[in-house]
Design a binder for this molecule. Structure first.
Ligand SMILES: [Fe+2]
Ligand SMILES: [Fe+2]
Length: 165
């Protein structure tokens, strides 16, 4: 068993991850409609990944002899004006998940719930990667606007530069 306040916060995050999965499916649909099937695939996998995160919370609650409780999903953003709009919404969604995770860590630390702290470590790492991945994609999309495809090719070349000693 866990303190009630922590159980509720973990359960909320279980539902937040399901909401994130829902939001990414809506983003996939935007790209499918546009015919950008690669981006659609990326977002469908992103959605599955969020579902996988939700299930980690589910399993953790069960392991700690608590019961996951499903909440209603809200309608995600379904209309976007551009790929960049979708990507920027993704990054801000990830940033808000990061602050939810940090708040959970703070609460677990206050309550001296060490098992929960150790469980949450994985999510701290994951959020760093998620934010970086969207920042990188946004940079590449902006690079196309800035200097076209050749600019991106140059960027790839420069990434290979090594210090000559
Ligand atoms: Fe997640
Ligand atoms: Fe995520």
């Amino acid at each position: 068993m866990l303190p009630e306040k922590l159980t509720n916060a973990l359960n909320d995050q279980f539902n937040n991850e399901l909401q994130a999965a829902h939001a990414y499916t809506a983003m996939a649909a935007y790209f499918s409609k546009k015919g950008y099937h690669g981006f659609a695939n990326f977002y469908l996998i992103q959605s599955k990944e969020e579902h996988f995160h939700a299930m980690k919370f589910y399993q953790y609650l069960v392991t700690m002899d608590e019961t996951p409780v499903l909440q209603a999903l809200t309608e995600p953003k379904n209309h976007f004006v551009s790929a960049l709009d979708v990507l920027e919404n993704s990054l801000s969604q990830e940033k808000s998940v990061t602050s939810n995770i940090y708040a959970l860590v703070t609460l677990a630390a206050e309550l001296q719930e060490h098992a929960t702290l150790s469980f949450l470590d994985w999510f701290i790492e994951e959020q760093m990667e998620e934010e970086k991945s969207f920042r990188d994609i946004i940079a590449r999309v902006k690079a196309v606007e800035e200097g076209g495809e050749y600019f991106l090719k140059m960027d790839d070349e420069f990434a290979q530069r090594k210090l000559e000693e």
